[in-house]
Design a binder for this molecule. Structure first.
Ligand code: GUN
Length: 284
């Protein structure tokens, strides 16, 4: 079997055009504040791309770049200001933060109604309970790619590799809400290959280059690769050994050009949703 390639780049472009068209009809401009602390080069690229995409869609976006030496108290004070600013609908603090800053404290300082990353425990809790919430962007992108592949989720066996708060756990919650039978695999799982082979849907989010091999994939499975690993050669690799797995799968994503662009599209969508919900809430 030769897998169909799920083109996240093209899908994200269509979504961004739709979002821009929607924003053009609104009587207000949604506002997004992106905060970056320090000079992690990968983070700098991500943040630049996020701000550019937001502006192109008509969102009033600004990046606030703080030095690596910024005190946690100063970052918390900035977040309090952004929480109180009526023009700011969405707040995103790029992770990772410098080691002297307690990331969880920072995430919990963000107004859950402005938490466009969906990382606040209030939003994470609603998601697990199957209640309306701001849902993390990458997991939303994964679900959309599965929909695009025409994947039947109800009753399907899904293996999620990796239990991070940003991807693995929320993806598992979304798949569960969609009636899949979810197995969350991680570094302590016994015989991860055998677990993976039972799955009709495989979501790889472990952060280890090409860990998922062809013989881990059941014939006809749908494979979504969330990994972005930069090798010593500077090349980006996913968590999935692409050629081997594409030979087994019915549909598969590439790295780059798969999940990554979808994350940005859903950041814009979440900002739009936060802006709309805040206005409904303000009307009481
Ligand atoms: N670092 C890696 N992925 C993300 C993300 O989706 N949001 C934020 N804020 N930081 C990240």
């Amino acid at each position: 079997m030769t897998a169909r390639i799920l083109d996240g780049k093209a899908l994200a472009e269509r979504m961004r055009a739709d979002i821009a068209a929607k924003i053009a009809t609104l009587p207000y401009r949604p506002g997004l504040a992106v905060v970056i602390v320090g000079d992690n080069p990968a983070s700098a690229v991500y943040v630049r791309n996020k701000e550019r995409a937001a502006r192109e869609s008509g969102i009033a976006a600004r990046t606030i770049a703080l030095p690596a030496t910024t005190a946690e108290s100063a970052l918390l004070a900035l977040i309090a200001e952004l929480n109180a600013d009526p023009a700011t609908d969405g707040i995103l603090v790029q992770l990772p933060l410098p080691a002297h800053i307690h990331a969880q404290r920072v995430i919990e300082a963000i107004d859950p109604a402005k938490d466009v990353d969906g990382f606040h425990p209030i939003n994470a809790g609603y998601l697990v309970l199957g209640l309306p919430a701001l849902v993390p962007c990458t997991p939303r992108g994964v679900m959309r790619l599965l929909a695009e592949a025409g994947t039947r989720l109800a009753g399907a066996r899904a293996a999620v590799l990796g239990r991070s708060a940003i991807v693995g756990r929320p993806v598992a919650a979304l798949l569960t809400a969609a009636d899949a039978t979810v197995t969350l695999l991680h570094s302590r799982t016994r015989d991860i290959a055998a677990e993976c082979r039972r799955a009709e849907i495989v979501i790889a989010a472990v952060g280890r280059a090409e860990m998922v091999r062809g013989d881990w994939i059941a014939p006809g499975a749908v494979v979504i690769d969330v990994g972005i690993n930069r090798g010593a050669d500077g090349k980006l690799r996913g968590d999935v050994a692409f050629a081997e797995c594409a030979a087994k799968a019915s549909a598969i994503t590439k790295v780059p050009g798969g999940v990554g662009p979808m994350t940005i599209a859903y950041l814009l969508e979440n900002t739009l949703e936060a802006a709309a919900r805040r206005r409904v809430a303000a009307m009481g």
